[in-house]
Ligand binder design. Structure first.
Ligand code: MN3
Length: 199
């Protein structure tokens, strides 16, 4: 496949005041575009041309770092845009997701605290995740462009904790960004759809 930058599913200013138009414009138009452009260059001659994005991410992990970093970040960002929506967040999860969070993660409050803590404690650039592994929900964190796909799990929700995702709006206050993101932006219906597809 050839990597292509998807359109944002909302306007640049739709996630204000929690994520500014300036942040979204740079993050989508510059950072994600660069992963797409570099990924396409590195895909040529890699032996993974024609594979799905998931196959390219898994197939380059540990063997082609340049391609992996860019393909991984392309995958992560395609979903990151979908994992947010205007008027998202809140404390009420869709029913099937709530049940799974209760049984596997000790309830919503513990899930929220553990997810935010994973993002706060990811040293340097990376992501924190809700993922499905062996039929159970897990909280994970990964460095750089890595994601749960390369650890035998399926990502259901991920938050980008690279500084480019929050520095314009929150400066160095990563915990404040994570709390605002979780409480106000998460598209829980999309998370539940990904959980259903992974089950
Ligand atoms: Mn990013």
């Amino acid at each position: 496949m050839t990597f292509q930058l998807p359109d944002l599913p909302y306007a640049y200013d739709a996630l204000q005041p929690y994520m500014s138009a300036e942040t979204l414009e740079y993050h989508h138009d510059k950072h994600h575009q660069a992963y797409v452009d570099n990924g396409n260059k590195l895909l040529e001659g890699s032996g993974l041309e024609g594979k799905s994005l998931e196959e390219i991410v898994k197939g380059s992990y540990g063997s082609n770092a340049g391609l992996f970093n860019n393909a991984g970040q392309h995958y992560n960002h395609i979903h990151f845009w979908q994992w947010m929506k205007p008027g998202g967040g809140g404390t009420s999860l869709p029913g099937a997701l709530q049940e799974k969070v209760d049984s596997d993660l000790g309830g919503f409050d513990k899930f929220r605290a553990d997810f935010i803590q994973a993002g706060v404690t990811q040293f340097g650039s990376g992501w924190c995740w809700l993922a499905m592994k062996d039929g159970r929900l897990e909280i994970m964190k990964t460095p750089n462009g890595e994601n749960p796909l390369v650890h035998g799990a399926v990502p259901l929700l991920g938050c980008d904790v690279w500084e480019h995702s929050y520095y314009i709006d929150y400066r160095n206050a990563r915990p404040k960004y994570l709390e605002a993101w979780f409480d106000n932006l998460v598209n829980w219906e999309h998370v539940e759809e990904m959980m259903a597809a992974a089950s």
